[in-house]
Design a protein around this ligand. Sequence first.
Ligand code: FES
Length: 146
Amino acid sequence: MSSTSENDSSSDDFEPLVQAGHVICSAEAVKDQDEGFRFMVRTSDIASKVGSVDHRIDETLPAFVIRYDGQVHAYLNRCAHVAMELDWQPGQFFTLDKTALICASHDAQYLPDTGECISGPCPHGATLIKLDIEEKDGKIFLCQAL
Ligand code: FES
């Protein structure tokens, strides 16, 4: 896997647009059950992996990566209840006890490793839209579309 863009910014305000196959951030930027890293993706880059995204219009959408139990997970930053961003402060996705991801708008909670809704107003069986990522050589990559 090659990388032509390094997005290792530590700035909270910088949300890089990450193309498939490129680096999202350094592995050390995402600590276990701690602040997430926000980035942007184009639906044309992720559409073949994310069936529920309407990719007829090529949009740029917010996304984030977190680490839970040592593993990294990335999702579109879009609640399954209403299409709003989850974080209650930029990069803050975990509940206070760090066991779930929580939406700031109406408190829907999701399992950090699968994105499955476990409480709140999100529909039964709903999940966050998960993105394929890979941690390799000290970096976290957005996987190439299949
Ligand atoms: S928008 Fe997330 S719980 Fe309502």
